[in-house]
Design a protein around this ligand. Structure first.
Ligand code: HBI
Ligand code: FE
Length: 287
């Protein structure tokens, strides 16, 4: 991830928010959103957790064009007390955590260009809003996201941001979930990417391992390619139960002298849904 400075950029408020200026989007930018939306909406049913598709309906995101954050936030506020605010790009960790702890999801307002359609450095509005926002309409996941923000503010003081960032990465960004007879996608980094929505579920290459908080917090991740390991949660309720009530300080202390695990490693305690072939070569991945 690009490094962020610690003063809000020109034109941003002290909390790094900026106006979305929805009226300034061009027809080409709306068309880019519609293209990306149509591609994912056609391939996700049956692959993504059903609550994600329900969120698209609850928030009326199936309407064409880039969503107007004011309208989106009105519906989201009614559903779970969350709102979506625009920021220039990545914000400092403590700013990010503070927004989440106050049920404000920070989203980029720019959309990728045709040249960037399958890879871009920073999350754009399609990653942030299509990827992250639908599940914020789900009460349990909404509570988990707020608990994560509160946990982040606590972790900042404990020098445990790196461990906690792995929890976000392997659930909110790249999480899988058990469903009936199989696995389903829910991580925003996956569901906003055509290629990874297929790879994460169907490809024999990556490991798919049962969620284990301590083990996950020791596991490194890659930021510019498909994951070599995906973690599978049993349910959003279970994820919330394992994280919301838990003060992570003892866990950080317990992990302090345990070495990190590389992205593709499997350990004996792992619940293995798929032992990956790791055949996928490192390449610029789709977002
Ligand atoms: N800023 N805008 C934005 N979006 C993110 O997802 C984000 C961020 N800053 C920090 C961050 N994510 C992660 O490193 C946190 O888990 C710490
Ligand atoms: Fe994201």
């Amino acid at each position: 991830m690009a490094q962020v400075t610690h003063n809000p950029p020109e034109g941003a408020a002290a909390d790094w928010t900026i106006p979305q200026d929805w009226y300034r989007y061009t027809p080409q930018e709306h068309a880019m959103w519609d293209h990306l939306f149509a591609r994912q909406a056609a391939m996700l049913p049956g692959r993504v957790v059903p609550e994600f598709m329900a969120g698209l309906d609850i928030l009326r995101m199936t309407r064409p064009g880039i969503p107007d954050f004011a309208e989106l936030s009105e519906r989201l506020m009614q559903a779970t007390g969350w709102q979506v605010v625009a920021v220039p790009g990545l914000v400092p960790d403590h700013v990010f955590f503070d927004h989440l702890a106050n049920r404000r999801f920070v989203a980029g307002r720019f959309i990728r260009t045709p040249e960037q359609i399958d890879y871009l450095e920073e999350p754009d509005i399609f990653h942030d809003v299509f990827g992250h926002v639908p599940l914020l309409a789900h009460p349990v996941f909404a509570d988990y996201m707020q608990a994560y923000g509160a946990g982040g503010l606590r972790a900042s003081g404990l020098g445990a941001i790196e461990r906690l960032a792995r929890l976000y990465w392997y659930t909110v960004e790249f999480g899988l979930i058990r469903h009936d007879d199989g696995l389903r996608l829910f991580g925003a980094g996956i569901v906003s990417s055509y290629g990874e929505s297929i790879f994460a579920l169907d490809d024999p290459s990556p490991n798919r391992l049962g969620f284990d908080l301590r083990r996950l917090m020791r596991t490194r991740y890659r930021i510019d390619d498909y994951q070599q390991t995906y973690f599978v949660i049993d349910s959003f309720e279970d994820l919330l139960r394992q994280t919301a009530e838990t003060d992570f300080a003892p866990i950080y202390a317990e992990l302090a002298d345990q070495a990190d695990l590389d992205t593709a490693t499997i350990v004996t305690e792992d619940r293995i849904y798929n032992r990956g072939t790791q055949a996928y070569a490192h390449a610029k991945a789709g977002t």
